[in-house]
Write a protein that binds this ligand. Structure first.
Ligand SMILES: [Zn+2]
Length: 235
């Protein structure tokens, strides 16, 4: 006999960087299992991959997750978790005074994307020439080797893959359609001051943040500090 199937509810979600709206369903037990396995691995690449696949399964409509900014994916994941298992997250965190491990509850609605300023993506290099930038994708960040992050080549590659358009008084050039070599030449021919203007854009990448406040259950110290980035909420 065929058992009854349960209808899954659907919720509206917004992509932070673009404002586009989509519909998402909660993840299912079988999908949660894959996520937990990914998280248990502790490997950031595996975790991003599990999160990415989970969102692709649960979001409806034409959204290309691999082109979204890393913080878009992180925010979508938080919302997905909220509709799937609830708005509260329990984290284990040490008291800053006595190091006693405390279990603290966070409301997902209190986690915000700070520093989000769409205007910062438009960078004027001269009076007439400028670029528009896009934020790094999860994929791009996942491929980065932290030890190489400081190197010139790595920075160069990130900058080039994140230039959306180059514009002057007359034209807007879509870099995805331009020859890569020409985009590289454009960047290589900037003055170091102009290059710096572009690279500081990445300092303004929004991050998931939460002001964590709790009283230690052992020494009653009033802890207050900032959690930053998705991983800090799942420890
Ligand atoms: Zn304490």
């Amino acid at each position: 006999m065929a058992l009854p199937k349960i209808d899954v509810p659907r919720y509206p979600v917004t992509i932070p960087s673009t404002g586009e709206e989509f519909v998402m369903r909660p993840y299912l037990v079988k999908e949660e299992k894959v996520l937990l396995l990914g998280m248990e691995s502790g490997d950031p690449k595996q975790i991003s991959l599990a999160i990415r696949n989970l969102i692709i399964n649960c979001i409806e409509g034409d959204v290309d997750i691999d082109t979204l900014a890393s913080f878009d994916v992180e925010k979508l994941f938080l919302e997905l978790r909220s509709i799937s298992v609830g708005e509260k997250i329990q984290i284990q965190t040490k008291c800053q005074e006595c190091e006693h491990p405390n279990s603290v509850e966070i409301d997902i609605n209190d986690i915000t994307l700070k520093d989000f300023d769409p205007e910062s993506a438009i960078i004027k290099l001269t009076d007439s020439v400028g670029v528009t930038m896009r934020y790094p994708t999860l994929d791009l960040l996942g491929d980065l080797d932290a030890s190489k992050l400081e190197s010139y080549d790595t920075l160069m590659n990130i900058v080039i893959s994140c230039i959306n358009t180059i514009f002057d008084d007359e034209n807007v050039y879509d870099c995805k359609k331009e020859n890569l070599k020409e985009v590289q030449d454009f960047v290589n021919n900037l003055t170091s001051d102009q290059f710096k203007k572009i690279s500081t854009f990445f300092n303004s990448t929004p991050v998931l943040e939460h002001d964590l406040k709790f009283v230690c259950e052992k020494c009653e110290h009033e802890n207050s500090y900032e959690l930053r980035g998705l991983q800090s909420f799942f420890t």
